[in-house]
Design a protein around this ligand. Structure first.
Ligand SMILES: C[S@@+](CC[C@H](N)C(=O)[O-])C[C@H]1O[C@@H](n2cnc3c(N)ncnc32)[C@H](O)[C@@H]1O
Length: 213
């Protein structure tokens, strides 16, 4: 979804610390889908405004977004889940050698299988969904009961490189995935207990506010 406006905004973003720059280079070299720069900057700013005590992140990859959230919010605890062995190991390495180790707990496993473990660390004031795109609705339904009153859910990739607007998509796999994302977006926008807005930054960020009961 990178256009000239996104590139312009990214050109204005201050250089990150060396550790983050190295992680960005690693991700680009090894095709690790970390959050796009303009997207994460918006997410971090929203989190600074929200000041959550505890964040649940679904989809750690190599620990980039978890560490950036930890840096932006020094008082916040982050629980993050990764199912891929290699990425989990890299995340552990990156986080352990950083100054954010005491703020971040990485849980290994499929987010759909380790609810009890995740629950033991909760409740959460913010949930950040950034894992398998086809399962967003399941992640949302499973983990939002752990969200505190007035909490927020942030979902990345909801515009999936702009593909949600394409009429014809040749690849069946991508077509199915886009179908699931569109279904999630429509479901989320019409949710009775959440107020959602979609912001076209990065790969598309949905911001959902839990309404008071
Ligand atoms: C987009 S990447 C996460 C990027 C990371 N949030 C960042 O911006 O630095 C998605 C990650 O979620 C992991 N993942 C996908 N489905 C998962 C699941 N069901 N449970 C746990 N991890 C999952 C993938 O292995 C992948 O590393």
């Amino acid at each position: 979804m990178k256009d000239r406006i996104h590139s312009y905004i990214e050109s204005l973003i201050k250089e990150r610390d060396l550790l983050f720059q190295e992680m960005e280079s690693y991700a680009s070299l090894h095709n690790v889908p970390i959050m796009e720069l303009s997207g994460i900057e918006v997410l971090l700013q929203l989190l600074r405004m929200q000041e959550p005590k505890r964040i649940l992140e679904i989809g750690t990859a190599i620990g980039y977004s978890a560490m950036r959230m930890a840096q932006a919010l020094p008082e916040t605890e982050i629980v993050t889940i990764e199912r891929d062995d290699e990425r989990y190991d890299l995340a552990i390495q990156n986080i352990t050698k950083s100054e954010y180790a005491s703020q971040i707990n990485i849980l290994k496993g499929d987010a759909l299988d380790i609810y009890q473990e995740v629950k033991d660390f909760g409740p959460y004031d913010a949930i950040f969904i950034d894992a398998a795109k086809g399962q967003y609705m399941k992640f949302f339904e499973l983990y939002t009961p752990l969200l505190s009153t007035n909490g927020y859910v942030y979902t990345d990739n909801v515009l999936f490189k702009g593909l949600v607007t394409e009429e014809t998509i040749e690849s069946k796999r991508i077509r199915n995935l886009v179908g699931k994302i569109k279904k999630y977006n429509e479901w989320l926008m019409n949710h009775d207990h959440y107020l959602t807005t979609i912001v076209p930054v990065g790969d598309g960020l949905a911001i959902s506010k839990k309404m008071s009961e």
